[in-house]
Design a protein around this ligand. Structure first.
Ligand SMILES: [Mg+2]
Length: 266
């Protein structure tokens, strides 16, 4: 082991949480927890979940407690210490620059007359995350929302999606830089780690930007063929193929396989 320290950044759902259709290799989560307990390893979860749902998954799936957690689709960064989750004011200040002088209430107000939009429950909202249910989650709606926010001088990322289990349209509005890639970069710089001291693991579309970046990254084996193809093509185009590891094993097993590849051979 030549490396002194490692910042391991892991997506949660279907990366360390085995909540997909594929089976989990037996004992892999326990081995990953052992690895994360090493003193030279700092663990960060990077997830769309909010704090409560992240904590719930840690408990029910016996996941290792992280040192940091980037939650709510990248809008909140916590330092986790002795069971306490402490929000980083630095990250909040950083993403606030995309919404000069505006917060949740302003954005909600500017959009409240758009047909078919209804604000989600309060626990789905925060200062820099505005989430709606949408009757018709279409590209037209996305353009409408984007053009309104641009008129108010916001750099926003508008994510329109469909909750396939309920068939409900969802619209998430975030500062443009509140995404997994920027959050991982921010944490890396905050802790002063080099690219060689960071490893990321993920499985799906919102992990793609990190997967194909210069940060050494693991795509777990249970990812879809479409994501594997996309990650391979984009990393070739970005000349970062040597920093993308396509694991064969699923979930935590895939993370361990990638750690073996990057960490034990650097
Ligand atoms: Mg995932």
């Amino acid at each position: 082991m030549s490396q002194k320290r490692l910042l391991l950044c892991c997506d949660m759902d279907r990366t360390v949480i085995p909540n997909g259709a594929q089976p989990e290799p037996g004992g892999s989560r326990e081995l990953l927890a052992d690895f994360c307990a090493r003193p030279e390893v700092t663990l960060a979860y990077v997830t769309g979940r909010d704090r409560a749902l992240a904590a719930e998954a840690i408990e029910s799936f016996a996941l290792p407690m992280p040192d940091y957690a980037i939650t709510d689709v990248g809008t909140v960064l916590y330092r986790v210490q002795g069971g306490e989750w402490i929000e980083s004011p630095e990250w909040m200040q950083h993403i606030a620059a995309d919404w000069p002088g505006c917060v949740h209430e302003d954005v909600a107000h500017w959009l409240n007359d758009l047909a078919g939009l209804k604000l989600q429950e309060p626990d789905k909202q925060n200062t820099y995350k505005v989430s709606f249910y949408a009757e018709n989650a279409s590209p037209v709606l996305q353009l409408d929302v984007e053009s309104r926010l641009q008129r108010h001088g916001l750099h926003a990322n508008v994510i329109v999606s469909l909750d396939e289990s309920s068939g409900t349209g969802l619209v998430d509005i975030l500062p443009a830089r509140a995404n997994k890639y920027h959050a991982v970069r921010f944490l890396q710089q905050l802790l002063d780690y080099s690219d060689q001291e960071v490893i990321f693991a993920g499985d799906s579309g919102n992990d793609l930007e990190v997967l194909v970046s210069p940060i050494p990254s693991i795509l777990v084996g249970n990812a879809t063929d479409a994501i594997r193809r996309e990650a391979t093509q984009q990393s070739e185009a970005a000349q970062t193929s040597d920093r993308l590891f396509l694991a064969k094993a699923n979930y935590a097993g895939g993370v361990l396989e990638g750690l073996q590849h990057f960490y034990d051979h650097v």
